[in-house]
Ligand binder design. Sequence first.
Ligand code: AMP
Ligand code: MG
Length: 308
Amino acid sequence: MVLDEELDRAAAVLRQGGLVVMPTETVYGLAANALDAEAVKRIYEVKGRPATSPLIVHVAAIEMARSLARCWPEEANVLAGRYWPGPLTLVVPKRPVVPDVVTAGLDTVALRMPAHPVARELIRRATVPLAAPSANRFTQLSPTTAEHARASLGDQVDLILDGGPCQVGIESTVVSLTGDPLLLRPGMISLAELERLLGRPVKTVSKVEGPHPSPGLHERHYAPRTPLLLLKGEPLPAGRGAYLYWSRPQRAALQISMPATAEGYAKRLYEELHRADAAGLDWIAVETPPDEPEWWGITDRLRRAAAK
Ligand code: AMP
Ligand code: MG
């Protein structure tokens, strides 16, 4: 539970250039005033995040988003109208008021209105947009509880707000609207839903030629310390390990039965990976999720976690 005075204190910390861990519905965020370049630099230092990886800016109102965007295409209205507040990030051309450090020097900015009431109330009280990546050291598992964030960053942040476990559980879907709509990162809002709403095809980065338009797309990301392998019905490796399955159980030191719906699975994924990682086992094996559009965001995170 977050108290009223805590929110006021957190808002004051942010206005003074400090760092606050805030709950969102996707994962916990490490927030700073997005208009304060020095404060945002501290986010990169604390996370150990490379300066080439741009941050998502969180807003509490559409007008706040538009005040940061050089233009606001009609498709942004359509997508924001349907999914904000919620787990969708829109990339649009940026105004000069957004410091380069936020966008890793890009001429575009990623914007999202979070659904978690604590996050939105914090932005309102701070009266500024908040730049916030996940509240963990770079390449580690994202936090879905305040305790995860405390364990990863605890003494390096000014304040941690505990808003309970995250309801979505994986990072937002990221769509670029700087040209034809382009899915930069899959999430729980699926490609199929986006295409249905926009009434036209949405490309994905894997199909795009040339350099990545999204510098945050590091291959290894979201990874536990314990080696993670994705299995398609193969037997488990030798040694002691954890097995996360949604349809076919196998005997393992730690057997974790996962929900068979994408929503239920996403909500529990990082929590279970944190738990398995803390158990000091030889490996974490994961049964490959169903090959269906609504599972694509989940499979993306697992594939990156398994990457060497
Ligand atoms: P995270 O690392 O979870 O904070 O995710 C940030 C995501 O937003 C990454 O996939 C970034 O590449 C993407 N992103 C942020 N800003 C931009 C931008 N200006 N252009 C393209 N992608 C962006
Ligand atoms: Mg992250």
